[in-house]
Design a binder for this molecule. Structure first.
Ligand code: SF4
Length: 479
């Protein structure tokens, strides 16, 4: 369903263009397509005439960029970012791309993901390195590490910085000479390379390549660093190779269904989730309906598999502005009623299978169920295309603390009673992995299984900061 509707918030999206005279405008369009990944802030930084120029603001892409602002961003290279406040508060200082001037020039960085050792690195940089931070984002740690690198070339400094951080990052970075795009060795977040004429494009999802008519070239591999200069594109694998763990929740909820990520169509994975749910938990009912929009594909998959007709029982208001996208509990509750209304004639007196992609706190689901009951629905069979979320995410999806996750506090039967539905079934881990076409070693599933693929932020407190890490940061670069 999205946004503040009781589902995990998304995180961030990044975009980059190298070698196009309208780089800022293409980036603006790319950010539009990535708006679902972050709605609290947006920014674009352009390189041209030997300097970096940026504009950032709080709000939706359309709020932040008016024609005169965009028109001022000149240059044939640009990076852009849309943001949710997964780390650091939601204010202008934290909106990306972050920009910095340092001894070797100027740079800008857009980061999707969260670093698990950002706090420890920040403490070190402040206490031992005398660093002064401008923002409260973990991404600024990368900027500080780049600025402190003794490497001459910008890409080498970026790589040196990335060797020190642990966690999730898909980044685009820019200086006056080149653009660098990189994915962490575990490849938590997606990042694509595209091409439009002679220009190289980077984008979190393919939907952002489509909007500017760019060809899909390939996904950047986990642990890969791609460098674009006027001489062309180079690829490096400077980190120790580990088994990638892309975030399986990208398929369930985060990515747009018209995107392809981690080698698979999101639309197809979501439909398979729905089919698997129908096999796992069949029920006699009159209609299958979704909590729009992110559950639409799973509901279609359930309908196809079960033979029960799909109907639009809920109508979503797509014109809700930023007023209802504040990270604040009271507004969040209000937002549910603003965003969804039931199509009474479609559901009255019916036995419905209601599909949603996840349950976080449970408060929003309860309100949705209440709306259906008020419209005279006869039976509600609630089916969730994700397994119960029992743990927080530390890699860039904004889930609340464990204690506030309903599935970590109640059994499925207790949740059913709390929500007031006739039956409740969650997807199983096996059904999820089957839909995503992989096994448990191929994805991060930590919020469902507690099997985190890295150390956690709490492991990096001052006493333990010398403990072994999953990445060997001592290996020399090979180029
Ligand atoms: S913990 Fe969950 S949401 Fe976070 S990266 Fe892993 S699968 Fe994705």
């Amino acid at each position: 369903m999205g946004d503040n509707d009781g589902h995990p918030k998304h995180h961030c999206g990044v975009f980059g263009v190298f070698g196009h005279p309208e780089a800022a405008k293409l980036t603006y369009l790319g950010l539009y397509a990535l708006q679902h990944r972050g709605q609290e802030g947006a920014g674009i930084v352009c390189a041209g005439n030997g300097r970096l120029n940026g504009h950032r603001g709080v709000g939706l892409v359309s709020d932040v960029f008016k024609p005169h602002k965009l028109g001022r961003l000149k240059g044939d290279r640009a990076i852009g970012h849309v943001r949710y406040s997964t780390f650091g508060s939601n204010n202008l200082k934290n909106v990306q791309p972050l920009m910095a001037d340092y001894a070797k020039g100027s740079m800008a960085l857009g980061h999707n993901g969260n670093l698990v050792n950002a706090g420890a690195l920040r403490d070190d940089l402040e206490e031992r390195g005398g660093a002064i931070f401008q923002s409260t984002t973990d991404s600024e740690v990368i900027i500080q590490l780049i600025a402190r690198s003794r490497k001459e070339r910008f890409p080498d400094a970026v790589i040196e910085a990335l060797r020190k951080v642990i966690g999730a990052y898909s980044i685009v970075a820019l200086d006056n000479h080149c653009m660098v795009a990189a994915r962490d060795p575990l490849g938590f977040r997606p990042l694509w390379i595209g091409r439009r004429g002679g220009a190289t494009i980077f984008a979190s999802e393919t939907c952002a390549l489509d909007i500017i008519d760019a060809d899909w070239v390939r996904e950047i591999e986990p642990g890969e660093v791609v460098v674009v200069t006027q001489d062309g594109m180079e690829s490096y694998k400077p980190f120790e190779q580990v088994t990638p763990k892309p975030c399986i929740f990208e398929f369930i909820y985060v990515a747009r269904p018209d995107s392809e990520i981690f080698g698979q169509s999101v639309d197809e994975v979501r439909k398979r989730l729905g089919r698997n749910l129908a096999k796992l938990a069949p029920v006699d009912a009159d209609i299958v309906m979704s909590v729009p929009d992110s559950s639409n594909q799973a509901a279609l998959g359930y309908a196809h598999e079960s033979g029960i007709p799909f109907d639009m029982g809920f109508i979503r208001n797509h014109y809700v502005g930023r007023t209802f996208i504040e990270p604040d509990q009271s507004i969040r509750d209000f937002g549910v009623k603003i965003k969804l209304n039931a199509a009474r004639s479609a559901i009255q007196g019916k036995r419905v299978v209601l599909i949603d992609d996840s349950i976080v706190r449970g408060t929003t689901s309860k309100k949705i169920i209440k709306v259906l009951r008020r419209c005279g629905v006869e039976e509600i069979h609630f089916r969730i295309s994700a397994p119960p979320i029992i743990n927080s995410c530390f890699y860039g999806i904004d889930t609340p603390d464990r204690e506030r996750l309903i599935a970590s506090q109640m059994s499925v039967e207790e949740i059913r009673q709390y929500l007031g539905v006739d039956s409740l079934v969650f997807m199983t881990i096996d059904g999820l992995l089957d839909a995503a076409g992989g096994n448990k070693d191929q994805y991060c599933t930590a919020c469902f299984t507690n099997q985190y693929p890295t150390m956690l932020p709490s492991d990096f407190d001052r006493k333990e900061k010398d403990a072994p890490r999953h990445l060997d940061t001592s290996t020399e670069l090979f180029f």
